[in-house]
Write a protein that binds this ligand. Structure first.
Ligand SMILES: Nc1nc2c(ncn2[C@@H]2O[C@H](COP(=O)(O)OP(=O)(O)O)[C@@H](O)[C@H]2O)c(=O)[nH]1
Ligand SMILES: [Mg+2]
Length: 346
């Protein structure tokens, strides 16, 4: 899953990025500067690996991208192009000031930043949609794309992002190629000062985010960066003391998963124990396709068992005799934490 961290210059994007990619457990540097892939911690995978002792253990991975604003513009064309390749957008809003980083004249205004960022995304989509509609009008085309674009433009004119328009089926497919930025789920981060971690800083921002249906995470990037340098044991201790118990990495990974409405299912065996992400509500056939297209094409049945049930039984043989292993068809809706084994035929 690709997550884009962006926002105004000086809001703390790179500090947050370093906190996420930091020396802590589970972090690793990606191929490109400004990208880091993080394993999604999953205790179920670890416990299954202890039982199966596979050659390979694979967690779900989330890649964070530090997308530079490209000063002086809030969102340069290049930044926008990068954002469009993401699956989740994380704007970082500035809520801290100190001696080295005094508040701008008029004071800090994360609500304004949030509104400006949301508007910039909608405006950029609006221009793309307008251009396309003009061409289509000349060609007198009136298909699903035309209808979808009209709905989109109507929303954009009211500053409503595309993700709230609820295009489905043919209309959604018709406009997916434009990679509209405002279609992407958003998860906002308010970067507050060390002293403001407790208590409700900027309650107006909570309201504005709630109104826009954008989840909001409040953290202090600088403190998180320091935490990321500690050993895992020290990190746990520190987080307990801070009273949050969860690191920025946990919060953002969880938040991105929820924003995408992802769940995880698991596959097990002597070769590999692995967690896979898939959209909530996906069928067994779609889960099979996530593993390999052959598995979806040749799908016969899926053997399914909730991971907790399996761990209680301790082996597949025992799970079978206790009747915990179910056989499900193509249309079965896979649940979070289920171990799925696909029987197929090609
Ligand atoms: N006091 C304080 N300073 C911060 C915090 N986050 C970032 N900074 C500082 O603000 C400056 C800009 O941060 P940076 O992450 O480079 O911003 P970017 O332009 O968004 O990438 C740096 O000097 C950081 O140390 C914070 O939570 N508290
Ligand atoms: Mg930066």
């Amino acid at each position: 899953m690709e997550v884009g961290i962006f926002g105004n210059a000086g809001s703390g994007k790179s500090t947050l990025f370093r906190a996420l990619s930091g020396a802590g457990e589970g972090a690793s540097q990606g191929k490109h500067a400004g990208v880091c892939a993080i394993k999604v911690p999953d205790g179920r995978v670890d416990r299954l690996a202890e039982i199966f002792r596979p050659k390979k253990v694979t967690h779900v991975s989330v890649a964070f991208h530090d997308i530079d604003a490209g000063e002086p513009d809030l969102l340069s064309a290049q930044a926008l192009a990068s954002l469009k390749n993401m699956e989740v957008l994380v704007p970082v809003l500035r809520g801290f000031s100190d001696d080295y980083h005094p508040a701008p004249p008029g004071g800090m205004d994360p609500v304004k930043e949030f509104r400006e960022i949301s508007s910039a995304l909608v405006l950029s989509d609006y221009l793309v949609a307008q251009k396309r509609i003009e061409r289509m009008t000349k060609e007198a085309k009136r298909d699903a794309e035309w209808t979808a674009l009209h709905k989109a433009i109507e929303a954009f004119e009211k500053e409503v992002p595309l993700r709230e328009v609820g295009l489905v089926g043919e209309e959604e497919r018709a406009v997916s190629g434009f990679r509209f930025a405002s279609r992407l789920p958003m998860l906002a981060v308010l970067n507050v000062g060390e002293d403001a971690l407790r208590g409700e800083a900027y309650p107006e921002l909570s309201k504005a985010a709630a109104k826009a249906k954008v989840p909001l995470i409040r953290l202090c990037a600088k403190v998180e960066e320091e935490i990321a340098q500690l050993s895992p044991a020290e990190q746990a201790e520190f987080l307990r003391e801070m009273g949050t118990g969860r690191s920025a990495r946990d919060l953002l990974v969880r938040g991105a998963f929820d924003a995408m409405q992802f769940i995880s299912f698991l596959t097990v065996g002597e070769d590999e124990v692995r967690a896979w992400n898939i959209r909530r509500g996906s069928t067994a056939a779609a889960a099979a396709g996530r593993i390999h297209s052959d598995l979806e094409k040749g799908f016969i049945r899926a053997e399914v068992i909730p991971c907790d049930d399996f761990l209680r039984c301790g082996s597949m043989a025992k799970a079978k005799t206790e009747g915990k292993l179910r056989l499900e068809g193509r249309e079965y809706i896979v649940k979070d934490g289920e171990i799925v084994h696909v029987r197929f035929n090609v």
